[in-house]
Structure formats: structure tokens, C-alpha cells
Design a protein around this ligand. Structure first.
Ligand SMILES: [Zn+2]
Length: 510
């Protein structure tokens, strides 16, 4: 971190949501965890944690506004979004910071706009003008729009999926912001876009994504003026123009090679597109595996179709029914989002035996399941994630009850979607994972890191809105491979820059 010549006042905030437009349960204020003022600095998580700790270490003064984290879910209620946006803008007008650092997801959509971050950043730029640096750190599953890039000085993503490096991403945003304030960085961003999604193979440590990231690191090492290359794998459940893979390159002043580097990396996606596939087991295959592999138990079964980590409601019962009906010897735990059933079980209280219909309250086509079980545990559903992904974040499941069915299957009935990427979702409800043969998690990637050493990860192909399948969803605006017939795209680079730098770039390119 560079030394600073004066204690800059840097406004920070977090406003994160990954918005699935086909989850019919809209994300209203009560599904967000919101803190304000200095409370957000007590135990920050993610990009906000990295951002604030690096700014403090550099000697900057933090001006905290709010942290609003909604995880993933249905589209955000637009009125709530607007209230938060206006609150942020009012604080910016009052505080008049030297710079702004934000922790955003990058794929927040509201009931009125699929590009909430673009709207937010454009509004911020309008208030502060071109001379106050704006730096943001994003999830690499962001839907990156020209509006976002045109209104930020520094826009970078985490580099790992599972996302174990949000804190490092925050450190980097802080470092670049300070350098810019000190006049030691003139950030210029170039982007290249390719109209495709990744139907699978989304992990960055292996397969084609690992190769693209390695190539990006090689390019950066060869070009000292390149300070960041971010590789965005768009969130697939957004419907907007220009849905696709995006490469952004941030350099100190215009880098003559950055446009061709961006185009080359984006082209790599297109050339390798057929390799982005998942290898998922069927429901029968996964339970047969659990049944026949006692030495590998407990298994953590990633319910791909009903991933709350990708914005699905978490109300699927297919794995619960398979375990109850077809595998009487297995002990396990299954989370189900069902506010009505949760309220009834909580009201009945610990020790009561209840018969409830659970699940299928939100996802079209899902079947509810009738269960009879003993209420083992009730709580407010709050827990703190502990693992490398999301560690420190508060997850609020709302009133939650654990029912034990057939004396072997624990059903976590939650009011809000549970963030089961982390063992703490279960242990906080007195479920002892080591005593079980399997647990179901509503996650496809992040749980693998957080359950490392505790459970064997396996992914299962289940129905639901949490997994992309060609022709399953209707897209009004987006056009991308493999959903649509896309001929080989002409991939070009765009230059983004703000304020006086725009003039600087334009003259440099003449
Ligand atoms: Zn992500």
C-alpha cells in the first residue's frame, strides 16, 4: 500500500444482491441484512472487509454509510433499491468524500431495471462529478455493463470461484484508489464482450476457466502498466442487452496492447465454448453413491436446480422425498424454505410432533411433501458464516425449526432462503454433520471449500430455476450462446474512462 500525503476521507458502502428474475419471491427489504454507520465496521465481510482494512492501514479516514447484503434471490423490490440509492446519495452530498469505495455484487436487478449497479453508479457520478474517484469490487458473476464501466474509475472483480478472494479484491480496490488520489495512477479501462454464458465448468481452479485466468496473469506480467485483468462470467438468470462474458483491463494510462489483450481473452471463451459443461449425477446415482460409499460419508450433496446460492427459492423437496422413500438406511439433513411450515413448527415448539406440508411454495412445478416429525430445535435462524467463502457474513434464515423425520432425516424448515454453503447453517441449528451420511446444500461451488475436510462434495442434477438448461427460460432481451443461434461474433474492445481522464485518453489516442 502506498504512503499517503494526507488522510483522505473515503466513503464506503456495501450493497449486494444477485438477482434471479425467475424466482417468483421478490427480494424485499426484510430479506436484506442492513447495518448503518460505524456498525458496518465492527465485523465486516467480503470486499468491504478488504477495502476498509487496507484503507485504515494506509492512514485514510473511513466514512461508513451502510452495508446491505441480500445474498441471492428474486428481483429486488425497486422501491427499496431507490430508498437505499437515495440514502447513499444524500450521504455523499453531506460528507463530500475525497473518494468512494463500494462493495457491490454486479448482478443486482430490481423489479424495474436489470442493471441496478449501472443506475447506482451513474447517479453517484452525477452527484460527485468527474474528479472524485469511484472504486468498486465485484463478484465475478456480475452482469457488467458499459454504464458501470463508464461511471467508475476502478471496477474490478474477485478472481476465484468458489469466491475465496473477496477480501483481496477489497485490498486491491483500496490500493488503486489511494494511488489515484496520490496522482500515481491514471486508471483507464478497456473491455471486451462475447455473447455467451457458461453452461457449466464454472470453477476457476480447473478446466477452461483456469486456462483463461492463467493467460490473463501472463499478459499482466508482460505489461507493467496493466494493473488488473478481471474476467466476468455473467450471472445467467439476468435478462438484459449484452449478456455475456466480459474481460476488463485496467491500466495506468492507456496501454497500447490492452485492447488486443482484452479481445484475445474474450475470443478464448468463444473458441473453447463447447468445453464449458458440467458432469452432474442424477438423484438416483447420487443416493446410490452415498449408500455404497460408507468410507466417504458424510456427503454434501449440491442441489444444483434449487441453489439458493444462485437465487433459487430453496423450496425443492425431490431430494428429501428420495431419501425418505427410497433410502431407509440413510441419515441426513435437508434444508427447505417454507415460511408457513416454519411458523407452525416454531409455534408447536421443541418436543412437539407435527405433520406438515413442506416446500414448493415458490418454484413453479415443484411438489410439496407431507412429513411428520418431532420438533428438535427452533431459533431465529441467524448465524455467521465461518468458511473461506462468505466468512463473517450474517445469514438470517428467519424463524427456523428442525424436524426429525423417521428418526433419521433432519429437515431444516426455514422462513427465508438459507445460505447452506457453510456448515454453520446446520451446526447453528444443533445438527451434527459428522453423525450423518449426507446433508443437502443449496450451492454448486462455494460449499466445496467451506465443507472441505468435513464432507465429500457431489453435485446432483435436480429440477428448478437454479441451474441453466437450454430452452428452460424465456429471454426477452438477452441473446447468447448456447440459448440462441449465434454466428461467430465480431469481438471488439471498448475504451472507458471518466471526467478529465476521458480527455486525456482521447488526446493520447489521436
Ligand atoms: Zn458469484
Amino acid at each position: 500500500m502506498p504512503e499517503i500525503s494526507r488522510p483522505y476521507r473515503i466513503l464506503v458502502a456495501r450493497f449486494c444482491h444477485e438477482s434471479h428474475r425467475l424466482n417468483p419471491r421478490l427480494t424485499h427489504e426484510e430479506l436484506f441484512v442492513v447495518e448503518r454507520g460505524h456498525d458496518i465496521l465492527r465485523s465486516p465481510a467480503g470486499v468491504l472487509k478488504g477495502l476498509t482494512e487496507a484503507l485504515v492501514a494506509a492512514g485514510a479516514r473511513i466514512e461508513p454509510v451502510f452495508s446491505a447484503n441480500g445474498g441471492a434471490g428474486g428481483l429486488v423490490d425497486h422501491d427499496f433499491y431507490v430508498r437505499m440509492r437515495e440514502e447513499l446519495l444524500d450521504e455523499v452530498r453531506r460528507i463530500k468524500p475525497d473518494a468512494i469505495g463500494l462493495d457491490l455484487h454486479g448482478a443486482m436487478g430490481t423489479t424495474e431495471t436489470p442493471d441496478a449497479e449501472g443506475d447506482l453508479l451513474q447517479a453517484l457520478r452525477h452527484v460527485v462529478g468527474p474528479n472524485v474517484p469511484i472504486g468498486i469490487g465485484l463478484d465475478l458473476h456480475g452482469h457488467i455493463t458499459p454504464r458501470m464501466l463508464d461511471n467508475t474509475d476502478i471496477c474490478i472483480a474477485c478472481k476465484e470461484n468458489p469466491h475465496s478472494d473477496f477480501v483481496e479484491c477489497g485490498h486491491k480496490v483500496a490500493e488503486l484508489l489511494i494511488k489515484q488520489l496520490e496522482g500515481r495512477l491514471k486508471p483507464v479501462t478497456v473491455s471486451a464482450w462475447v455473447p455467451m454464458i457458461l453452461p457449466g465448468a464454472g470453477e476457476t481452479a480447473s478446466g477452461p476457466l483456469a486456462e483463461i485466468h492463467a493467460k490473463a496473469r501472463e499478459y499482466a506480467a508482460l505489461h507493467p502498466s496493466i494493473k488488473d485483468i478481471s474476467i466476468y462470467n455473467v450471472f445467467r438468470f439476468t435478462d438484459d442487452n449484452e449478456i455475456g462474458q466480459v474481460i476488463t483491463i485496467l491500466s495506468d494510462g492507456p496501454d497500447a496492447d490492452a485492447p488486443s489483450v482484452a479481445v484475445d481473452l474474450a475470443t478464448h471463451f468463444w473458441v473453447e465454448r463447447e468445453r464449458f459443461k458440467d458432469d452432474l449425477l442424477t438423484v438416483d446415482e447420487v443416493f446410490a453413491l452415498v449408500d455404497s460409499s460408507p468410507d466417504k460419508r458424510p456427503f454434501a450433496i449440491g442441489d444444483m436446480g434449487d441453489r439458493t446460492a444462485a437465487g433459487a427459492p430453496g423450496d425443492g423437496t425431490i431430494l428429501l422425498s428420495a431419501a425418505l422413500d427410497d433410502y431407509p438406511g440413510l441419515r441426513g439433513a435437508v434444508p427447505i424454505t417454507d415460511p408457513v411450515a416454519a411458523a407452525r413448527a416454531v409455534e408447536a415448539g421443541v418436543g412437539a410432533t407435527v405433520t406438515l406440508s413442506v416446500g414448493a411454495g415458490f418454484t413453479p412445478g415443484f411438489m410439496p411433501r407431507l412429513i411428520t416429525g418431532r420438533v428438535e430445535h427452533v431459533s431465529d435462524g441467524n448465524f455467521i458464516l465461518k468458511g473461506p467463502v462468505g466468512g463473517g457474513d450474517l445469514c438470517a434464515m428467519g424463524p427456523t425449526a428442525v424436524l426429525k423425520v423417521d428418526d433419521r432425516i433432519h429437515v431444516l424448515v426455514t422462513t427465508k432462503p438459507a445460505d447452506t454453503i457453510d456448515p454453520a447453517a446446520f451446526t447453528s441449528q444443533n445438527v451434527v454433520i459428522e453423525d450423518l451420511d449426507f446433508i443437502v446444500v443449496k450451492s454448486g461451488f462455494h460449499f466445496v471449500l467451506n465443507f472441505a475436510g468435513l464432507a465429500t462434495p457431489v453435485l446432483v442434477n435436480t429440477p428448478g430455476v437454479g441451474y441453466y438448461r437450454k430452452n428452460q427460460f424465456e429471454y426477452q432481451k438477452a441473446r447468447f450462446w448456447p440459448e440462441h443461434d449465434i454466428s461467430t461474433p465480431a469481438i471488439t474492445a471498448r475504451q472507458h474512462s471518466v471526467g478529465p481522464l476521458h480527455k486525456y485518453v482521447a488526446s493520447a489516442l489521436k
